[in-house]
Design a protein around this ligand. Structure first.
Ligand SMILES: NC(=O)c1ccc[n+]([C@@H]2O[C@H](COP(=O)([O-])OP(=O)(O)OC[C@H]3O[C@@H](n4cnc5c(N)ncnc54)[C@H](OP(=O)(O)O)[C@@H]3O)[C@@H](O)[C@H]2O)c1
Length: 324
C-alpha cells in the first residue's frame, strides 16, 4: 500500500510503498477514505526515525480482530463504516484500536468523518469532562479558529453556553460569528492579554480553553471566575512555559487541567469515546455538530495541506481524501 511517513528530525514528508498492516485481536484494519490534519503532529516533534504520518482516519472495515466488536461496543464486520484515532491515517490502510473506534453515522460523508475523531474527542474531553460546561455558562476559547477551537465552539453552543473566541484574523472571526460565536476578540502575541482584558470588560469566564499556549495563559487565568476551570490543550505559539499567578489560582480556587491522551490507558480513552458516542453523536446526526471543513486535498497533496496548516490559512479542518 501507499503511505506517508513523517521524518520528525527534518520535519519532512515522504511517500512510500509498504506492507498492509495486520490487525491484532483488539484491532481492526480499515481501508481509509479520508483523514484530517492535526497541528500537534507537526509541532516540535521529537527526533527519531521516520514514522507513519496521520493520527486519525475514517474508512471501511476490511479485517477485524476476534475481540474487536465486544471491546468497541457495536457490531464490526467487513464493510462497517468507522472512524477513530489511527497511527498512520495518511495511508491506503490503517489500524484502529477497538477502544478508539466510533461508528460513522449514515448522515456523515467521508470527509466530515475524517475530521471528527481527534478534534471532537478532545473538545468533548474538555467540555464534558473536567470542564463540566453547563447551560448558560461562559466559555473563552483562545485560538477559536483552529480545528479544536471550532469543535469546542460547536459543542459549547450545543450545550447552551455563551462562547467568546480569539483569533489573530478579523476575517476568520467574521466567519466564526456566522458559525455561532457570540463574541470575537482579534488578538495574538504580545497584545493578547491586554486585548482580552479590554474586550471582556469585567465579564467572568467559567471555562477557558487554551489552544494557543504560553502567550495566552495569563489572559485565560485572569478571565476566570471563582472556581473557574482552565483546559490546557496546545502550544501553537511554541511557548511551552509561562508564569502562573498563584495568588489568583489560590484565592479563586481555580481548576487547571491538561488533556493529552499520550499517557492515558486504553480504557480511559475508551470512556471518552463511548461518552462522545452517547452524548454527541445524536448532535452529529441532527446536523448541529458538523466539522467545518476549510479545504479538501488529494492523497498526493499532503505536503500542500501541511503547508496551508502551518501558514494558518485555514479555519476549522483540512482534510485528505483518498481516491475512490
Ligand atoms: N488531545 C490533545 O491533547 C490534543 C488534540 C488535538 C489538538 N491538540 C492541540 O490543540 C492545538 C490546536 O490544534 P489544531 O490542529 O486544532 O490547530 P490548527 O487547526 O492548526 O489551528 C491553529 C490556529 O492557532 C492560531 N495560531 C497559530 N500560531 C499562533 C500563535 N503564534 N499565536 C496565537 N495563535 C496562533 C491560528 O489561528 P488564527 O489565524 O485564527 O490566529 C491557527 O490557525 C494544537 O496545539 C494541538 O497540539 C491537542
Amino acid at each position: 500500500m501507499e503511505a506517508w511517513l513523517l521524518d520528525p528530525g527534518r520535519g519532512s514528508l515522504g511517500r512510500v510503498d509498504c506492507e498492509i498492516p495486520r490487525p491484532g485481536p483488539q484491532q481492526l484494519l480499515v481501508q481509509v477514505r479520508a483523514a484530517s490534519l492535526n497541528r500537534g503532529e507537526f509541532l516540535g516533534v521529537a527526533a527519531g526515525p521516520p514514522r507513519p504520518c496521520g493520527i486519525e482516519a475514517a474508512g471501511v472495515v476490511v479485517a477485524c480482530g476476534a475481540s474487536a466488536s465486544s471491546l468497541a461496543g457495536f457490531e464490526l464486520a467487513t464493510g462497517t463504516r468507522v472512524m477513530g484515532r489511527a497511527a498512520g491515517g495518511f495511508a491506503e490502510f490503517a489500524i484502529i484500536d477497538a477502544h478508539d473506534v466510533l461508528p460513522v453515522p449514515a448522515e456523515l460523508g467521508w470527509e466530515e468523518a475524517g475530521a471528527i475523531p481527534i478534534a471532537y474527542l478532545v473538545a468533548y474531553d474538555m467540555l464534558a469532562g473536567h470542564g463540566a460546561l453547563g447551560k448558560g455558562e461562559c466559555m473563552l476559547i483562545a485560538g477559536a479558529s483552529s480545528g479544536v477551537g471550532v469543535a469546542c465552539l460547536q459543542m459549547g453552543k450545543a450545550l447552551g453556553a455563551f462562547v467568546i473566541g480569539t483569533s489573530g484574523s478579523a476575517r476568520k472571526l467574521e466567519r466564526l460569528v456566522k458559525a455561532g460565536l457570540d463574541t470575537g476578540i482579534c488578538a495574538r502575541g504580545a497584545e493578547f492579554e491586554q486585548a482580552v482584558r479590554r474586550h471582556l470588560e469585567g465579564r467572568v469566564v467559567d471555562l477557558a480553553i487554551n489552544n494557543v499556549g504560553g502567550s495566552a495563559l495569563a489572559a485565560c487565568v485572569a478571565a476566570l471566575r471563582f472556581e473557574g476551570r482552565l483546559a490546557q490543550v496546545g502550544f501553537v505559539d511554541g511557548v511551552r512555559t509561562a508564569v502562573l499567578d498563584l495568588e489568583q489560582l489560590h484565592a479563586q480556587r481555580l481548576h487547571v487541567f491538561g488533556v493529552s491522551n499520550k499517557l492515558r490507558s486504553a480504557a480511559q480513552r475508551a470512556a471518552t469515546v463511548r461518552g462522545f458516542v452517547h452524548d454527541m453523536l445524536p448532535h452529529v446526526r441532527s446536523g448541529t455538530l458538523r466539522p467545518l471543513i476549510d479545504q479538501v486535498f488529494g492523497f498526493s497533496d499532503l505536503p500542500l495541506a501541511r503547508e496551508a496548516m502551518l501558514a494558518d490559512r485555514h479555519l476549522g479542518k483540512l482534510v485528505i481524501r483518498m481516491d475512490a
